[in-house]
Design a protein around this ligand. Structure first.
Ligand code: GLU
Length: 328
């Protein structure tokens, strides 16, 4: 499908991985992605990225949706309501990813990689990887001769890697502004794992194309995935969406948000009596959108949407954040 960017109305999405319940970080991203779409009068898509079966427990997607509804966020297309581009669970879209992989193979964009876990670990300790994925792959299987490939083929099921073009990738991020990555930008990446699971980068791009997504708003941790995704759009001959990356939330000590920072799960704040509008108003303030942490529902925040106000990079929670949220 060809996506015409200039004339099409805004279609945005929130694409959680239902490996766990929503935490404050996901809630902030969901709120900002929703605001961007609603402020533009666009269509909001909810897509469950449940490809890694063992990590995604049954029932979690329903809980995530219930928490989003509690926060005051809705969607026009999604696993429960359906829509013209369904199904909206990645686990039900495997045939599409296989067809896309076939296109990449036919175009010579991918190659089999036989590297063992130990080899990859050794490579990963080298610098220049992606923050989100560790060290860059050095491309050693890209250079195998046909005979070497045949010999390895007999011993191991390969993963499939995308051969990243050896040049830089530039784009204008809706929050961070103009950015350039590479050359190399994290190295050749896996589009299908040796265990058969389709890689995140490929599934996201295939789905965003197929679902006509014009605007991607997601967490800062995926910023450095963008050059890889731009390379995939190019390989498929499709025009990429606009990308924007909202801040990661960190604990007061500056480390990644986790249970030891208190009740970071939306469900536990809810159980403790925090009102949803207090949480959404507070997240809007924390991410830079508003001046005061006043209770505000998502619809009340729509007129205040302004991506230029959103804080670039990470935000630390204030030390007294739980007390503030529970204040009434
Ligand atoms: N499923 C990804 C995550 O939960 C987000 C994918 C995206 O927004 O591109 O981190």
């Amino acid at each position: 499908m060809i996506v015409k960017m200039s004339s099409s109305p805004v279609r945005g999405r929130f694409a959680p991985t239902p490996s766990g319940r929503l935490h404050l970080g996901n809630a902030a991203t969901a709120l900002l992605a929703w605001l961007q779409v609603r402020a533009a009068g666009g269509t909001m898509i909810l897509r469950m990225e449940d490809l890694d079966g063992p990590r995604c427990k049954p029932g979690t997607a329903d809980l995530v949706m219930e928490e989003m509804v509690w926060l005051g966020l809705d969607w026009d297309e999604g696993p429960d309501v359906g829509g013209p581009y369904g199904p909206y669970e990645q686990s039900a879209r495997l045939a599409l990813y296989e067809a896309a992989l076939e296109r990449l193979r036919a175009g010579g964009f991918v190659y089999p990689c036989y590297c063992s876990r130990a080899e990859l670990q050794a490579i990963a300790s080298a610098p220049h990887g992606l923050a989100s994925e560790g060290g860059a792959y050095d491309g050693r299987c890209r250079r195998l001769s046909p005979a070497e490939r045949r010999a390895k083929e007999a011993l191991k099921t390969p993963s499939v890697r995308f051969a990243l073009p050896d040049r830089s990738f530039s784009f204008v991020d809706g929050v961070a502004g103009p950015l350039t990555f590479g050359p190399g930008a994290g190295g050749d990446f896996v589009v299908k794992r040796a265990d058969g699971i389709v890689g995140y980068q490929l599934a996201v791009v295939v789905d965003d194309i197929a679902m006509g997504v014009t605007d991607v708003f997601r967490g800062w941790d995926l910023l450095d995935s963008t050059p890889r995704q731009l390379a995939l759009y190019e390989a498929f001959g499709e025009r990429p969406p606009r990308f924007a990356h909202g801040p990661l939330l960190l604990g007061p000590d500056g480390s990644r948000l986790s249970k030891r920072h208190g009740s970071v799960a939306v469900s536990s704040l809810r159980e403790q009596g925090v009102r949803p509008e207090r949480l959404t108003g507070w997240l809007a303030w924390l991410t830079g959108l508003t001046d005061k942490p006043e209770p505000m529902t998502p619809p009340e925040l729509i007129p205040l949407w302004n991506p230029e106000r959103i804080i670039r990079e990470a935000v630390r929670l204030p030390a007294d954040w739980t007390d503030r949220l529970k204040a009434n």
